[in-house]
Ligand binder design. Sequence first.
Ligand code: TK8
Length: 344
Amino acid sequence: MKIKTILLAAGLAFGLQGIAPQAQAADIQTRLIRFGYGLNQDSNQGRAAQVFADEVAKLSDGKMQIRAIGAAALGSDIQMQQALIGGAQEMMVGSTATLVGITPEMAMWDTPFLFNSGEEADKILDGRAGQMLIEKLNDKGLVGLVYWENGFRNLTNSQRPVTRVEDFDGLKLRVMQNNIFLDTFQRLGANAVPLPFSELFTALETKTVDGQENPYNTILSSKFYEVQKYLSVTNHVYSPWIVLASKQWWDTLSADERDVLLKAAVASRDFERKDTRQEAEKALAQLKAEGMQVNEVSPEEVERMRETIKPVNEQIKQNVGPAIWQAVQNQLKAIRQGTDRPRG
Ligand code: TK8
């Protein structure tokens, strides 16, 4: 009986193979895909964009070509989002913070001091809550593929070391174009000025603003150390990047083509997070070597900052709604108690 079953199974498998049609050629057309991003080519964003491009070429036998275009040459994050929505550009990677105007729920990731580590962020972003937010993009004309690490943000400025809440007083600080960031830094006492990233270096150089906040990697790759003296280790928020496609364009792709893009996006994500973390480990020493004066912020002062900006959480909760807010809190709790189970 047993042997019979095995023979039958083997025969079936053989038979099926015998009658299966020639491996079907994947439904993939020659395509040129513009993939815009804001940082320099020589940055964690640029390196991962190249990995994405290589992976897409490999998986599509060279038919789908990603043209990665950095340094905001296709526009700022917000301009590129609009181009995607209108179908004038195919893909981009940018900050989730600049998406809040379009998808208020994205403010979830602007919650100050939400994550304690990159690994926590990975679990939440790749888990149910991250997916719920990605789905919110669909009826806004965008498709979200994966989250990349931008990283924990730290403060730089040209005026003074920021060691206490009071040191923010009157600092002219560039913030991302997003009400949550504006509110956060106003509460800390800064004079917050929303500006696109593409205008930031010049604004710092001409002293239109005194400071800004971004992860070490970006402070390095955008050469902010040339125009900023002080770096204060605040780690005030972990803000991700998100790889986006134009929905209008995505809807014209075959299932095979989408599959190529999704697989390549996951490969680029895994590369990007590793690369970013490796670079971040070395970046602080490099920034010091470039002449930046770095100061830590004491746990007591971090706590005071946390307290000062706590009301921002209420605004974020309203933006994201109770379902997503709670999904994030529950999963965080499970991660910290060691009871989180990966999806799948
Ligand atoms: C790059 C931006 C950047 C972000 C910012 O386009 O604006 O400060 O951190 O990475 O998305």
